[in-house]
Design a protein around this ligand. Structure first.
Ligand code: PMP
Ligand code: GLN
Length: 380
C-alpha cells in the first residue's frame, strides 16, 4: 500500500524521546514536564468518591455542568471575566485536545496561523494536518520578547489565527499587559482568532500577574483560552483540561469536539468540580513553584551554566555555551547518558532548528531530586 504522509517531516515528539532515554539510562528526568510528586490526597479521594457515587457513564458532551460552573467562577474570581458555563466552556481531554480541536474547527487549507518560536510542539502539526500554513516568528534568548512591529509585517487577511502561550513553554517568559494590548490592537477589526494557551496561568513568579486574554474585552471576543488541570493539580496523566470562548466561537468548536472525543473522563470531572470550590487549592501554586525555582537556581548559581530566572511555568532554561560547542541535542543526550540528567534541547522548537545552546529543565520535582540534579550540574 502506498500513501503520501500528511506530516512527512514529523517524527516522535522530543518529550517521548528524552523521557525514554532517561528511563533507559536511569537518569533523573527533568526533560518532559511532569511533577515527580503526588497530587493532593483530597483530590484523589474525591475521584474514588465520584466513582463510588455513580459518575461512571458518559459526561455531557461539553463536560460535567458542576465543573463548567466551577471554571466559570474561577474566571470571574481571577480575571473578572464572565463565561456562560452552559455555552462558553468545554471540558477537554487535556489542553492538547482543546488546541487540536480549535485548530481543526477553524483552519482551512492555505489559511495562515502565526506562532512564536520556540513554540510548544503541538501547534504546528495541527495547523499542517488541516492544510494550513504556519508562519513562525522567532523570539530570542534570553528574554524572548516579541517585536510587535515585526509581527505586523507577517499579519494579513490570510492570517486566520495567532497562537500565543503565556507563561510560555519552553522559554519561561511571560507576556506583559503591553504585549496583550499590542495583540489586541493588531487584531482589531479583523477575523483573526486568537488561541491563547494559558496552561501555566497559575505558575507565575516575582509578583508578576498573569495577563489572560479574557482581561482585554476586544481580545476576549476573538479568543479561545486553553487550560490544563494536569499542570495545576499535579496530575498530567489524567489528561483533563478545558477551553473558554464566546458562544459564537464555542458553537463551532463543539461541532468538532463532539466527534473527536465526544466527552471526557467523568469521575475526574466531578472530583475537580468539588476541588475547585476551594480557591486556595490553586492560588498557592505560584509560591509553591517559586520556592522550587529559587532552590534549584541557588544550588546551581556557581555552575558553568548561565541563566535568567524563569518568569513563569515550571521550566528553567540554562545556557551551556561556556561549557561546550556541541549541538544542544547532542549535549542533552550526552548529559542523560553520561551524567544521568535528562533535559530538553530548545532547538527542536525553533525556526530551522536554531541552536542557542540552551536546555530546558523541569523543576516540578521534589527538593531531594532538585538537590541531586544540582550536584550533577555543578560537576559539569
Ligand atoms: N500547552 C502547553 C504550553 C503545554 O506545556 C502543554 C503540556 N502540558 C499543553 C499545552 C498540553 O496540556 P495537556 O497535558 O493538558 O494536554
Ligand atoms: N507539556 C509537557 C512538556 O512541555 C509535555 C507533554 C507531552 O509530553 N506531550 O514537557
Amino acid at each position: 500500500m502506498k500513501h503520501l504522509s500528511k506530516l512527512p517531516n514529523i517524527g516522535t515528539t522530543i518529550f517521548s524521546v528524552m523521557s525514554a532515554l532517561a528511563n533507559k539510562h536511569n537518569a533523573i528526568n527533568m526533560s518532559q514536564g511532569f511533577p515527580n510528586f503526588k497530587s493532593d490526597q483530597k483530590l484523589i479521594d474525591l475521584v474514588s468518591q465520584a466513582m463510588n457515587s455513580g459518575y461512571n457513564q458518559y459526561a455531557p458532551m461539553p463536560g460535567n455542568i458542576e465543573l463548567r460552573k466551577a471554571i466559570a467562577n474561577k474566571m470571574e474570581l481571577l480575571y473578572k471575566s464572565t463565561y456562560n458555563p452552559e455555552t462558553e466552556i468545554t471540558v477537554t481531554a487535556g489542553a492538547t485536545q482543546a488546541i487540536y480541536t480549535i485548530i481543526s474547527a477553524f483552519i482551512r487549507p492555505k489559511d495562515e496561523a502565526i506562532i512564536f518560536r520556540p513554540a510548544y510542539d503541538c501547534y504546528e502539526p495541527a495547523i499542517e494536518v488541516n492544510g494550513g500554513k504556519t508562519i513562525s516568528i522567532q523570539l530570542n534568548a534570553p528574554d524572548y520578547k516579541v517585536n510587535w512591529e515585526e509581527v505586523a509585517t507577517h499579519f494579513s487577511s490570510k492570517t486566520k489565527m495567532i497562537i500565543i502561550n503565556t507563561p510560555q513553554n519552553p522559554s519561561g517568559s511571560v507576556f506583559s499587559k503591553a504585549d496583550m494590548l499590542a495583540l489586541q490592537k493588531l487584531t482589531e477589526n479583523t477575523n483573526c482568532i486568537v488561541l491563547s494557551d494559558e496552561v501555566y496561568e497559575h505558575i507565575i513568579y516575582d509578583g508578576l500577574e498573569h495577563e489572560s486574554a479574557c482581561k482585554f474585552p476586544d481580545l476576549k471576543a476573538r479568543s479561545f483560552i486553553t487550560a490544563s488541570f494536569g499542570k495545576t493539580f499535579h496530575n498530567t496523566g489524567w489528561k483533563v483540561g478545558y477551553c473558554c470562548a464566546p458562544k459564537v466561537l464555542m458553537d463551532e468548536f463543539k461541532k468538532v469536539h463532539q466527534f473527536n472525543v465526544f466527552s471526557v473522563n467523568h469521575p475526574t470531572q466531578k472530583a475537580l468540580a468539588d476541588y475547585l470550590k476551594e480557591p486556595n487549592n490553586y492560588l498557592g501554586l505560584s509560591a509553591f513553584y517559586q520556592t522550587k525555582r529559587d532552590l534549584f537556581l541557588s544550588l546551581i548559581k556557581d555552575s558553568r551554566f548561565k541563566f535568567t530566572p524563569a518568569k513563569g511555568t515550571y521550566f528553567q532554561v540554562l545556557d551551556f555555551s561556556e561549557i561546550t560547542q556541541e549541538s544542544d541535542i547532542d549535549f542533552a543526550k550526552r548529559l542523560t547518558i553520561e551524567h544521568g540528567l535528562a533535559s530538553i534541547p530548545l532547538s527542536v522548537f525553533n525556526n530551522n532548528k536554531k541552536d542557542d545552546k540552551v536546555l530546558r529543565f523541569c523543576f516540578a520535582k521534589t527538593d531531594d531530586t532538585l538537590k541531586k540534579a544540582a550536584e550533577i550540574i555543578n560537576n559539569i
